[in-house]
Design a protein around this ligand. Structure first.
Ligand code: CAA
Length: 240
């Protein structure tokens, strides 16, 4: 049976690698994006994967968008909550707006994405919820009080959903990427980035495809008994 997957923030960075990996594995895939029309159009042109625009931080937009996706490509069996942003600043400089924007996208966005899909998964007795957290949710990070709080919170969501979904054939798991070669990490000042890389025993940034393969495994039927877990893929930077 051909299953359907939705990847939020799926047209760029780690999300794009995940969408492509699932597509190559034979899933029907749709992605969401928040604002970069040009990148989304290029992604769809390259892959043939449909991209839908909405703000995951807004519940009504998410619910309406998900209803549209399900009407167009079928019920969503696998949801990858990947959309995430950074608004880094040392705590004494962090503004309430920087705090709120990150909470809205990275934490509330997971609720808004999974909640409208969940009842259908329960009815069909199958589901895969995969949340992209972060090594920085596990260990904290200088200048990321907001981001680390959301990524740690995402792990709480997954562990709770796992317990609620297990009897209904639904699994919920997290992947915690370390520092991956994406625009987000490349936006870190070069000197800081180099110092971070020097603390990664693997001696390099990860590749988006290395995260995508973790997600594809969690999405597969082989992973049915893995529920409430976290896969850390960080080049031995941190052990949770
Ligand atoms: N540890 C300790 N000290 C640090 C530090 C760190 N990781 N990063 C910066 N500092 C220091 C700076 O050297 C500076 O010290 P001095 O004042 O003595 O020079 C001080 O902290 C901060 O200086 P500023 O007041 O100039 O800071 P700023 O307001 O310009 O902010 C910054 C700079 C936003 C913190 C910038 O350094 C930065 O972006 N740091 C990287 C944060 C980071 O790692 N983000 C991860 C992004 S990738 C991601 O999030 C993906 C994922 O999941 C892994």
């Amino acid at each position: 049976m051909k299953r359907t997957a939705l990847v939020t923030g799926g047209s760029r960075g780690i999300g794009a690698a995940i969408s492509k990996e699932l597509w190559q594995k034979g899933y029907t895939v749709a992605v969401t994006y928040a604002g970069n029309d040009e990148a989304a159009a290029a992604f769809t042109k390259e892959t043939g994967i449909k991209a839908y625009k909405w703000n995951v931080g807004n519940y009504e937009e998410s619910a309406a968008g998900i209803a549209k996706v399900e009407a167009e490509i079928g019920p969503i069996d696998i949801v990858v909550a990947n959309a995430g942003i950074t608004r880094d600043a040392p705590f004494h400089k962090m503004t309430p707006q920087q705090w709120q924007e990150v909470i809205d996208t990275n934490l509330t966005g997971v609720f808004n994405t999974v909640h409208p899909i969940w009842p259908g998964m329960r009815e069909r007795k199958f589901g895969r919820v995969i949340v992209i957290s972060s090594v920085n949710g596990q260990k904290g990070q200088f200048a990321q009080v907001n981001y680390a709080a959301t990524k740690a919170g995402d792990l709480g969501i997954v562990k709770s959903l796992a317990q609620e979904g297990a009897r209904a054939g639904i699994t919920a798991n997290a992947v915690c990427p370390g520092y991956i070669a994406t625009e987000m990490v490349m936006a870190v000042p070069e000197k800081v980035r180099e110092s971070i890389i020097s603390q990664i025993p693997a001696g390099r940034l990860g590749e988006p495809e290395e995260i995508a393969r973790c997600v594809a495994f969690l999405a597969s039927d082989d992973a049915q008994f893995i529920n409430g877990s976290t896969i850390s893929a960080n080049g031995a930077q941190f052990f949770a």
